[in-house]
Ligand binder design. Sequence first.
Ligand SMILES: C[C@](O)(CO)[C@H](O)COP(=O)(O)OP(=O)(O)OC[C@H]1O[C@@H](n2ccc(N)nc2=O)[C@H](O)[C@@H]1O
Ligand SMILES: Nc1ncnc2c1ncn2[C@@H]1O[C@H](COP(=O)(O)OP(=O)(O)OP(=O)(O)O)[C@@H](O)[C@H]1O
Length: 295
Amino acid sequence: MKFRSQPLAEEIRILAPAKINLFLHVTGRRPDGYHELYSLMCPVTLFDTLVLRVQKRGIQLTCHHPGIPSDETNLAWRAAACFLDNLKTREGVHISIEKRIPVAAGLGGGSSDAAAVLNALNRHYGRPFSSGELMEMGLSLGADVPFFILGRPAIAEGVGERLTICEGLRRFFLVLAAFPFGVSTADVYKNLNLGLTNCKKANTSFALENGQDFDILRYLCNDLETVTIRRFPEIEATKTALMNHGSVGALMSGSGPTVFGLFETAGKRDSAMHLLSTSTKWTLYAAELLVQTKG
Ligand SMILES: C[C@](O)(CO)[C@H](O)COP(=O)(O)OP(=O)(O)OC[C@H]1O[C@@H](n2ccc(N)nc2=O)[C@H](O)[C@@H]1O
Ligand SMILES: Nc1ncnc2c1ncn2[C@@H]1O[C@H](COP(=O)(O)OP(=O)(O)OP(=O)(O)O)[C@@H](O)[C@H]1O
C-alpha cells in the first residue's frame, strides 16, 4: 500500500465527541445476537482529548482514568492496531487519552476514541483509505464507531453501520446527567424484550429528503429505556426533574444510564444546571448538539 507519512515526532491532537441517541428503535434481532436499529444519533460538545505521536515501532497508550484499560483491549489501541495492520506498516503510535466522557454511560466514549484514532491516522498517512474502508475497520471494533467516523448527525440503521446524514436538526442546548456507575451495553440488549417496546417509529424520510427543519421533540423515544429503567428507576425521576426545570424534552441516551435534557437556550440550560446541581447525586454536564448551522 502506498502512503505518505509525516515526520515521526509530529504531535496530533484530536477532540473526540460524545454522542446521544435522540431516538432509538430496536426493530429486530439478528441470528448472531446483534440488534437491528433505527436511531438518530448526534455528536455533542463533551469531548475526550487524544494526543497521538507516530513512532518507529509498537503501540503504547496512557490513560489515567480508573476503569479504562491502558493495554491492547483499549478501543483506541485496537483502532490503531487495525489501521496499521491494514496499512502494512511496521510503524507504531503512542496514544494518550484524557478522558472526560463518562464511561459505560451510553455516550459512546470508547467508540469515539477509536474513530478519532482511525480518522487521525488516515489524515497523517495522506488518506490511503476511503471513508467506506475506514468505516469497515470501525465496524469491526464496535457498532457505534462508523457513526463517529462520519462525525455528523445521522440516522443509523442495520446494527449502526448504515448511516444517512440528517441535515435539518435544530441546535439544542443540553444537560447530560451521568450516573456514578455504568451499565454493560451487551447486558441491556440481552435483557431487551422486543414485545415490551412500544416506541412509535419516527417517519423521518420526508424531512431528510427535503433537508427540512426537523421537529425532534415529537420523536424522542428509546426502546432500551425499558431495560435500564427497571434496574435504575432514578432515570425516570431525573427525566422528570429536567422537565420540571425548563427542559423541552428528556430521554436516556443509548443503553444508558445517562439522561439528557434538551433546552432552547443556553440561559435556560444554565439555570437548570444551577438548580439541579444542589439536589441530585448525578454528575451534570453542560453541552450542546454538534449540528451544522445553516447560512
Ligand atoms: C446502544 C448504542 O450505543 C446505540 O447507539 C449501540 O447500539 C451500541 O454500540 P456499541 O457499544 O458500539 O456496541 P458494540 O461494542 O458493537 O457491542 C456491544 C454489545 O451490544 C450488543 N449490540 C450492540 C449493537 C447492536 N446494534 N446490537 C447489539 O445487540 C451486542 O451484544 C454486543 O456484544
Ligand atoms: N478508550 C476507551 N474509552 C472508554 N471505554 C473504553 C475504552 N476502551 C475500552 N473501553 C471499555 O469499553 C467499555 C464501554 O465503554 P464506553 O464508555 O464506550 O461505553 P458506552 O458509552 O456505554 O458505549 P455505547 O454507548 O457505545 O454502548 C468500558 O467497560 C471500558 O472499560
